[in-house]
Write a protein that binds this ligand. Structure first.
Ligand code: ADP
Ligand code: MG
Length: 224
């Protein structure tokens, strides 16, 4: 049986400045099933990041619904939304966004400890994920002691640590050279699918999109 992990209907979003407004998302409909990997593609400024933020509960749409695990989340309070993000979603950013004062293993274990899991089992899960992304020998390194590709591997491990139903990634290879970027994409796709999560990724790289089994094309905020 295929399970829908995310369903968005008639999403609209505008940005306002002074008396002017910019319609960035125009009636977007989208759904993601367990195990899916989907690439959001389109020219710069077409609304990709805005859409990912709306679907990832980081930004509220003006209209429409976003259902995660069958529950519409657009009207939840900020506190409830952050709980949804912490417990059910994972994120990988272009700039890695690791905590500079924590080692690799503590960066990965941190979301579990925030969720109230005990330290020993959090560290055990973090160690297993770091091993899965090929960083067993770097668990005690701080972010500044790691290459960009290694930092993104840590971020991938962190995104999966709480067993999210969906991992969101906004141009995860945008800060990496082409060769490292390709390795990271393969790793992201493989690791997310091995963990049983769905992947939704913004990219403007056609090769990157080929790692996914679905595609959502945006142009001027519209699906095309
Ligand atoms: P993409 O990720 O496809 O490059 P974005 O979703 O970042 O596109 O942005 C879509 C459009 O919305 C762009 O024209 C951008 O300038 C504008 N935009 C993005 N964020 C804001 C904001 N916070 N305030 C006003 N305009 C914004
Ligand atoms: Mg963007």
């Amino acid at each position: 049986m295929t399970v829908t992990v995310l369903a968005a209907e008639n999403i609209e979003k505008s940005y306002h400045f002074g008396t002017r407004s910019l319609e960035v998302l125009k009636r977007i409909n989208f759904s993601l099933k367990r195990g899916d990997s989907v690439a959001i593609m389109g020219p710069s400024g077409s609304g990709k990041s805005t859409l990912l933020q709306v679907l990832g509960t980081m930004l509220r749409p003006d209209r429409g619904t976003v259902a995660i695990g069958g529950r519409n989340v657009v009207d939840l309070s900020d506190d409830e939304l952050s709980k949804v993000r912490r417990r059910e979603l994972g994120f990988v950013f272009q700039k890695f966004n690791l905590l500079s004062t924590l080692t690799a293993i503590d960066n990965v274990a941190w979301p579990l400890m925030i969720n109230g899991q005990d330290k020993a089992s959090s560290l055990e899960r973090a160690r297993m994920l770091l091993e899965r992304v090929g960083l067993s020998a770097r668990t005690s390194h701080y972010p500044r002691q790691l290459s960009g590709g290694e930092q993104q591997r840590v971020a991938i491990a962190r995104s999966l640590v709480a067993r999210p139903s969906i991992v969101f990634a906004d141009e995860p290879t945008g800060s990496l050279d082409t060769k490292t970027g390709t390795q990271i994409l393969e790793l992201l796709k493989e690791t997310v699918s091995a963990e049983g999560s769905a992947l939704l990724m913004v990219t403007h790289d056609v090769a990157a999109a080929s790692y996914c089994n679905g595609r959502l094309n945006l142009r001027d905020g519209q699906q095309c």
